[in-house]
Ligand binder design. Structure first.
Ligand code: HEC
Length: 148
């Protein structure tokens, strides 16, 4: 997923450029500002998609006329990645597992190592094998987490 890295690099550069003391607008607030001009946010928050599909959808919205800076769109992509992106636990890469499950690189790598010999069959099995994962978060994201 080379696109994700590029977008994140842009977001990181932007955060260095902020004047000292300025309160950065949160990614959620940016998404509200940019994505509710033509339809409600419900349209956005109702339809989990995989990362590449979100990328295409946001590009389509830009073509429709959505207005924002490149950093706004980088932040929106990151927000969608963290909150509304689907992941296949048995195939997702390290970046996807970390971002969708809100976990660290060590845990993502351990999931990848474990599934090589024992693919996970459901959320209960994942939670049992990795008790440090945030259960409340995973429960709230059930419809976005797949085991293929
Ligand atoms: C300039 C108007 C406009 C803005 C701003 C806008 N959209 Fe849309 N959006 C549309 C239109 C028109 C449709 C219905 C036609 C379509 O699906 O392309 C739509 C439909 C959608 C859909 C449902 C269709 C699908 O592909 O799943 C999603 C999701 C969506 N928009 C996400 C977003 C996001 C995320 C943003 C902010 C980056 C955004 N929109 C900002 C015009 C806009």
């Amino acid at each position: 997923m080379p696109g994700a890295g590029r977008i994140l690099a842009v977001a990181l550069l932007w955060s260095w450029a902020l004047p000292a003391g300025a309160q950065p607008e949160t990614a959620e607030a940016i998404t509200h500002r940019v994505c509710t001009g033509c339809h409600s946010l419900q349209v956005v928050m109702d339809t989990p998609k995989d990362f590449d599909t979100w990328h295409d959808t946001v590009q389509k919205m830009i073509d429709h006329g959505a207005q924002g800076t490149p950093d706004d769109f980088a932040q929106i992509m990151q927000y969608l990645f963290e909150t509304m992106t689907t992941v296949d636990i048995n195939h997702g890469d390290q970046d996807e597992l970390m971002t969708v499950l809100h976990t660290n690189a060590e845990t993502a790598d351990a999931i990848i190592a474990r599934r090589a010999t024992h693919p996970f069959k459901d959320l209960a099995e994942l939670e049992a094998a990795f008790p440090t994962l945030n259960r409340a978060l995973l429960d709230s994201k059930k419809r976005m987490i797949f085991f293929r």
